[in-house]
Design a protein around this ligand. Structure first.
Ligand code: NAD
Length: 244
């Protein structure tokens, strides 16, 4: 019998992370570690999933280290990380963007990705196959007016993943980026406004947003042996958005 994999999902209280934790549990039965920043929502979602819930703010080095220490204490290993925690600033032109909003967006999306990926890599390297999935965005590769901080952060996530993929390939650890388009989650507030929704849909070749589960299925594939030769890749799930 093959040993169960140990899989961490961050940002698991909501949206893509929530759907991914549920998908992994239903389809693979991995040992799932559910993480998010501490909140009532996270408490409620964790209860629903059962298993291990470890709150951690991904911008705090000591909390991310404690998260991995606890996983190793309980399971003795970690095989996969699907890092879904992230934020988006309120739509604001760069000329009006307060520096603290810019810094905060980069802190959560870039430093958070670095700390989560570094912590995983430290424990995976040389311990059998490992897979780290970072959630980028179509805005890792194309621009979007009004979201300069988010665009800068998601471009950085892609470059972080490429550099780490090169560093870790020989040690058996893969690092890939999933690039969702517009996904029906609490983050996608422009999809909830009927006017902006229509104009967004008009830009998507598939003429609809993604469901979070459609992103989850790619995350599951990238953390399975079926994708063992894929590393350093950016894979879109965007209904054709960046092909235009
Ligand atoms: P969401 O807001 O539904 O979920 C994000 C989760 O991240 C929340 O549960 C939140 O508590 C958690 N989080 C935020 N800051 C954190 C921190 N400092 N520490 C720990 N957890 C933190 O959003 P979502 O749409 O599910 O987004 C998930 C990922 O997908 C993000 O990286 C986002 O940028 C990316 N993404 C989303 C879309 C979209 O249209 N929804 C498109 C492209 C990429």
């Amino acid at each position: 019998m093959t040993e169960k994999m140990v899989t961490l999902v961050t940002g698991a209280a909501s949206g893509i992370g929530y759907a991914t934790a549920r998908h992994i549990l239903r389809t693979r039965g991995d040992h799932l570690i559910f993480s998010d920043r501490a909140s009532k929502l996270a408490d409620a979602s964790a209860l629903e999933f059962g298993g291990i819930y470890i709150p951690a703010d991904v911008t705090k080095e000591e909390e991310v280290q404690a998260l991995y220490d606890e996983i190793i204490k309980v399971h003795g290993k970690i095989n996969n990380v699907i890092h879904c925690a992230g934020i988006e600033e309120k739509n604001t032109p760069a000329i009006d963007m307060p520096a603290d909003v810019f810094r905060r967006t980069l802190d959560v999306n870039v430093t958070g990705s670095f700390l989560v990926a570094r912590g995983a890599a430290q424990r995976m390297a040389g311990n059998g196959p490992g897979s780290i999935v970072l959630i980028g965005s179509i805005l890792s590769v194309v621009g979007y007016a009004g979201l300069s901080a988010y665009c800068a952060s998601k471009g950085a996530v892609l470059q972080l993943a490429k550099a780490m993929a090169l560093e870790l390939a020989a040690a058996g650890v893969r690092v890939n980026v999933v690039g969702p388009g517009f996904v029906e989650t609490p983050m996608a507030h422009s999809l909830r406004n009927p006017t902006t929704r229509q104009s967004l849909l008009a830009q998507i070749p598939a003429a609809r947003p993604a469901l979070p589960e459609e992103v989850s299925r790619l995350c599951a594939f990238l953390t399975s042996p079926e994708s063992e030769y894929i590393t350093g890749a950016y894979i879109p799930v965007d209904g054709g958005y960046i092909a235009r």
